[in-house]
Design a protein around this ligand. Sequence first.
Ligand SMILES: N=C(N)NCCCC[C@H](N)C(=O)O
Ligand SMILES: O=C(O)CCC(=O)C(=O)O
Ligand SMILES: [Fe+2]
Length: 348
Amino acid sequence: MPDNLPIIDPLPYLPPSSLLQHLTPLSSSDLISSREATAKKIHAACRDIGFFYLKVDAYLTKEEMKEVLELGREFFHRPRDEKESIGLEKSDGVRGYQKLHQNITKGKVDHHEGLDLYAPSPYTKSTQDNDDPKLNGIGERKFKHLDGPNQWPSQPESFKPKLEQWIEKMKVLGWAVMHAMADGLGMTSEEWDELGGMVNDSFWVMRVIGYPPLPNGADGISCGEHKDYGCLTLLHADPIPSSLQVLSKSNQWINADPIEGCIIVNIGEMWEIWTGGMYPSTLHRVIHKSPTYRVSIPFFYEPNFNARVRLLGAAGRKAKEEGIEVEEKVEVVYGDFLLGKVSGNFKY
Ligand SMILES: N=C(N)NCCCC[C@H](N)C(=O)O
Ligand SMILES: O=C(O)CCC(=O)C(=O)O
Ligand SMILES: [Fe+2]
């Protein structure tokens, strides 16, 4: 029931120069009122569901949305040896290709293959890509988790430039949604500066995931139920119904089927801490049974690696205003939290 999830239009928060068509700039009072409408809707969505559709058709062309999924599909259809030549162990154990059944969620094996790319190392700020995996030799990995180079597929050739472009666009969207959320919480401009300062050097992650259909009749799981780790997940996926499922407040799995011209957004555990639970990070899973190969590209817009995350004053005020009880959780440093998660995600 995708119509259970609201559709949010981020337009008033996007830089006008990033839009596909030159729109007549809004007068400042129209801009304020359209921002208010977006911010209000986003607050309700985060409080009530933690999942929503983000309308992106004024920002991304149909062609580019189609193209990135096709490039993912082409990559997964490359020969096994070629894919495994950029396996995780050739870099830092978390960047690169994961073969089918290498991913684990809550101790159970998932049914997908994937390719993970991250912001440059938070330790060395290296921007070097591992274009020649042979340089790294074979066997023991040489880098500690997250400190290695990204491993981009060399085929299809346009994979890297097109997906790099996608990353840049997702970063702009992520920032716009964060800004709208700050307004939705009623932040002062100083408070937004402070929150913005925790995400302005996002330690982003992009996964390209390939889901073969689950074996016929099996009641397996393609990706086990989990919460995402950081701020915002911006998910673009093949329009296959009832694959991605979201646990509603009334404990029912509802389908989050893709809608044309939209991507799906959900919030991660850092928002749960920032808001003392007012914005809970929603459990979701993938059960992909239909006979086609499904590609999805989640982009995780995350805090800066060193961000210290704890209850935000504005969230406390908003919760009080709405009679919602919040629970102040212990402060976490995002990078430490992430390391704890990624080290348990794969079978090597
Ligand atoms: N960066 C994020 N959110 N990745 C989520 C990946 C899927 C769940 C993961 N295997 C787990 O066990 O958490
Ligand atoms: O493939 C999907 O639709 C969702 C994947 C997901 O939840 C994740 O990678 O965190
Ligand atoms: Fe997820």
